[in-house]
Design a binder for this molecule. Structure first.
Ligand code: SAM
Length: 347
């Protein structure tokens, strides 16, 4: 599966593709985050003067960035009057989930991992102590990667006849909002430790008019006692969901994850817990994935998780952890995109 045409035919292709990608990545993030792409898409043809006035941005900085894009990509072009226009192909690509997940997540939330990489390498800086990711952007971007699982999981909760679904590490709230919008048979609670994420979630719940069905809590899922009293008053049958959240504790070893599961089992006996996690990839497995598809997963595993000291586990390791925590694995589905596996557990 070695399609290395991706890497170019010679050192000029290879180096200049890296240079282009390096600049493009920051421009994509900044133009999405500051509404520049929205302005062009909705008001084209539009001048840099108008965009900068509408958004309160520095015109010269904006113009240089847009001119780089115009001459290195075919998503934005300039008409004869010098106004910017978004091509149909540009609209499709710039607004794709893949492009937004990459620009908001990999770049916006996590670029500090690479700008600080050399200092980390020399032990001059440590992630978590000297700098951290941007929680707001993590929340907004994670949903773009995990959302193809939501309908399957929401249906499971409906079939299990639960009254309340608690989404642990709820991020932007999109997951619990999606579940509640799909089925009106249960209410939701979203819990996250990051106040910036909970703020985004509050805005999203309000936008979806779900304030009467979804409650948001800033809290630590590591300590079920801190939130169990809020939950027991909500309904009789409580079930839990966590997508790409539990592995964060692998930074403290498998024991940390096993302990959370044990504590939850004690606090919520007989409850269901549906867990969505990336299936960690070996080098041999990576080599078998076509290189374009490989990149997102490789970045997720080695850059995002490797450099923030978060662990990831393979399907087999997750199974072993469930066994050690004495929770029952009722079923799992392992063919979701992005190597995501959903495990249905019963405490
Ligand atoms: C990668 S994001 C996933 C967000 C969301 N589940 C999704 O799939 O879109 C992980 C989330 O877990 C949250 N988190 C990390 N540690 C936590 C803890 N101890 N208690 C609650 N939430 C936590 C983070 O703040 C972050 O929002």
């Amino acid at each position: 599966m070695d399609d290395y045409s991706f890497l170019g035919d010679n050192e000029t292709h290879w180096t200049q593709a890296i240079r282009r990608g390096y600049a493009m990545s920051f421009l994509l993030f900044a133009f999405h985050d500051n509404g520049v792409f929205d302005e062009i898409k909705n008001k084209m043809p539009i001048s840099s003067d108008q965009i900068s006035k509408n958004l309160g941005l520095n015109k010269k900085v904006l113009e240089s960035g847009l001119n780089f894009l115009v001459n290195s990509d075919n998503s934005i072009t300039k008409d004869e009057k010098g106004n910017y226009v978004m091509s149909k192909r540009g609209e499709k690509r710039l607004y794709s989930d893949q492009a937004r997940a990459m620009s908001i997540g990999a770049i916006g939330a996590y670029h500090t991992l690479l700008t600080n990489y050399s200092s980390m390498l020399k032990n001059e800086k440590t992630y978590g102590k000297d700098f951290i990711r941007d929680g707001r952007l993590v929340a907004i971007s994670s949903v773009l990667t995990g959302k193809s699982n939501y309908s399957w999981v929401a249906k499971k909760f409906r079939d299990l006849n639960v009254d309340t679904v608690v989404d642990l590490g709820c991020g932007s709230g999109d997951i619990i909002i999606d579940f509640c919008n799909r089925h009106d048979t249960f209410n939701g609670i979203g819990l996250d430790i990051d106040p910036a994420a909970v703020k985004v979630a509050e805005e999203n719940v309000k936008k979806n008019n779900l304030n009467n069905r979804i409650e948001l809590i800033t809290g630590d899922m590591l300590d079920p006692k801190t939130y169990s009293h809020k939950i027991s008053s909500k309904g009789d049958k409580v079930a839990f969901n966590a997508i790409m959240a539990l592995h964060e504790f692998l930074r403290d070893g498998e024991e940390a994850v096993i302990n959370v599961l044990k504590k939850m089992k004690k606090e919520f006996p007989e409850s269901y817990f549906i867990l969505g996690e990336f299936n960690k990839c070996s080098d041999e497995e990576f080599q078998k994935i076509p290189i374009y598809e490989r990149m997102h997963m490789l970045f997720y595993q080695e850059i995002i998780h490797g450099l923030t000291n978060q662990g990831l586990a393979s399907l087999n390791t997750w199974k072993e952890m469930f066994k050690k925590a004495d929770v029952e694995l009722i079923e799992y589905k392992s063919d979701f995109p992005f190597r995501l596996v959903e495990y249905v557990l019963k405490f």
